[in-house]
Ligand binder design. Structure first.
Ligand SMILES: [Zn+2]
Length: 73
């Protein structure tokens, strides 16, 4: 599965990643949703619908403070 590192994280999509772990077509779908305020990149990343932007990833400590789940994994 080493090839999958460079592929879009969308299920069954084998197009190379463009940004945030998504290929360009899927990135544009997500981008449109963020633009129209349907969702934020942070929420998408949290739901594993995209990867956090490089350098934007929260530290484990920040995640712990922001999490409302005491069973933090
Ligand atoms: Zn894709």
């Amino acid at each position: 599965m080493s090839n999958s590192d460079s592929q879009c994280i969308y299920p069954s999509c084998s197009i190379n990643r463009y940004s945030r772990g998504l290929c360009k077509p899927h990135y544009m779908v997500a981008f449109h949703l963020v633009e129209t305020k349907e969702i934020t990149w942070e929420e998408l990343a949290e739901n594993k619908r995209c990867l956090p932007k490089r350098g934007e990833k929260m530290t484990g400590a920040q995640e712990w403070f922001l999490s409302d789940n005491s069973n933090h994994q």
